[in-house]
Write a protein that binds this ligand. Sequence first.
Ligand SMILES: [Zn+2]
Ligand SMILES: [Zn+2]
Length: 345
Amino acid sequence: MKQLVLTAFHKVETVEAPIPQPGPGEAVIQIRYAGICGSDLHVFAGLHPTAKPPLVMGHEACGTLYAINAPRTDLKVGDLVCCHTVKPCGACEYCSTGRENLCREVKIMGTNFDGVFTQYILVDANRVIPFRPGVDPKVAALVEPLTVGVHDLRRSGLRAGETVFISGAGPIGLIIGTMCRFAGASQVVLSELDPVRIQMAENFGFSVVNPTQEDFADACRELSGGDGFDKAFEIAAVQSSFDICVQQLRRGGTLIQVGMPPAGKVFGLDINKIIYSECCLLGVRHHTMSDMQTAAKLINSGVLNSQLERLVSAVYPLEQSMEALHRAETDKHMLRVLIDFSDAN
Ligand SMILES: [Zn+2]
Ligand SMILES: [Zn+2]
């Protein structure tokens, strides 16, 4: 089988490796499509604090169950499946109280250990989640970013009828917006500077505001119903975007910090706004197995699949992986670039 190995920063090579065999409690997935995430590009460019070559990157994928060595009655060889990408210790207080994403020993696929940019991957059989027959594998490959949306929505505590402001209309902003609308938000407004991304967000049916436009404050006031938004999701991970999110919160509102500034970067905060308006500031980190099970159920039900399909901007064969990574890195209008691992020869 072929593996895409990061052999030096900014360089991947296709390497031959034996197909793994599952030991007790393990399974092997034959990868179909894998998506290139912003965090893969961080690793690729040497900007990740710990991930170093040689490494198989990637944590967004679906594939076919190739072999399993565990008593899972809900799975059979040949099923379209995904695998949860967070490996917690399973024994600590966080793991045993449903917050495995906060485990101190947690390891993340594609950064702390080899990921999905490979034709076959050995995984923990307990972390495999099946899709129903007939699901489009390109949509199934988006289960991990959808899982981010599930986790962040759950953390936000959004209730039906509430208004939502999202700063940053990239793939995660669009997914969170889609999830909020699905969960009954009465208004979802995306804030974005880039004209092409503004157009893409409008094509998703969102109201879009541009903070550099003169009428920005008026537009936000009108769209929020006058008093600010119940929830603000910060995705862009820059101070100006964070400040706008704080400003746009209504009294009693919640800011959910999704974007991750570079390590060591500290944001300033108008603490009086938080105090006087009794606002909440919430962090979100990775996600849990249960979040991914929810995301897979959503994909199986098909309710969001037409929106998810539009996130796939390009698909490259394995032989053109360098081009795929370069495109994802340089063209910010790519929402998701997928690599097709299924037909490599
Ligand atoms: Zn990702
Ligand atoms: Zn743990």
